[in-house]
Write a protein that binds this ligand. Structure first.
Ligand code: GRF
Length: 198
């Protein structure tokens, strides 16, 4: 079976990246991690890539706080293309992507968000759900579009909010759900990719 070439982008601890790489290693995900790229020099996600012997790179983001400089975003496109990446997976990547990436990988960039979108887009979504008094929240895998956390929904998983939940306990359970949901959603891309016979 043709393995789906993926590239993973992240800025932080990389627990979703680890879950994906573990599923690949154990033979449960027909993907091939070509590269892991971070905009943060000492991000743990880069250590995880090294642990799994996956090519990895630090991409200096430039002068902006929430986006990449256009030349840097063009460089990112080149890095991913040179690595032969078909599907781009955002795993805690804290920069908004714009035209260079969105045009280069149309409907081939996905993200995971810690709420049941369309509810609670934006930062610390689990805190938003707690503050709103919801009975349940969860996580969502979606296509990436210019408007943050608004692309077409691919898959969602619900997590019950318990009466004594703190932001920390709730976030931890959402992350456990993420580590199941993200590889499962990627597996569907793997099947479609294999069927294409590329
Ligand atoms: C996840 O909770 C995800 O929902 C959000 O960023 C976080 C990344 O966590 N987009 P990790 O770096 O994968 O542990």
């Amino acid at each position: 079976m043709n393995r789906l070439p993926i590239g993973i982008l992240g800025s932080g601890k990389g627990s979703n990246c680890r879950a994906i790489l573990e599923r690949i290693r154990s033979g449960h995900l027909a993907a091939e991690a070509r590269v892991v790229i971070s905009d943060v020099l000492d991000a743990p996600i880069l250590d995880i890539a090294r642990e799994f012997s996956v090519a990895n790179a630090y991409l200096p983001p430039g002068q902006f706080r929430t986006r990449l400089e256009p030349e840097v975003e063009n460089e990112l496109v080149k890095m991913l293309r040179d690595a032969g990446v078909y599907l781009v997976i955002l795993a805690g990547f804290m920069r908004v992507l714009h035209a260079p990436m969105l045009n280069a990988f149309p409907r081939r960039i996905i993200n995971i968000h810690p709420s049941l979108l369309p509810k609670f887009p934006g930062l610390a979504a689990w805190k938003q759900a707690l503050a709103a008094g919801e009975a349940a929240t969860g996580c969502t895998v979606h296509f990436v579009e210019e408007q943050v956390d608004h692309g077409q929904i691919i898959a969602r998983r619900e997590v019950t909010i318990l009466p004594n939940d703190t932001p920390e306990t709730l976030h931890a359970r959402i992350q456990i759900a993420e580590h199941e949901l993200y590889p499962a959603a990627i597996a569907e891309f793997c099947e479609k990719f294999a069927a294409l016979g590329l």
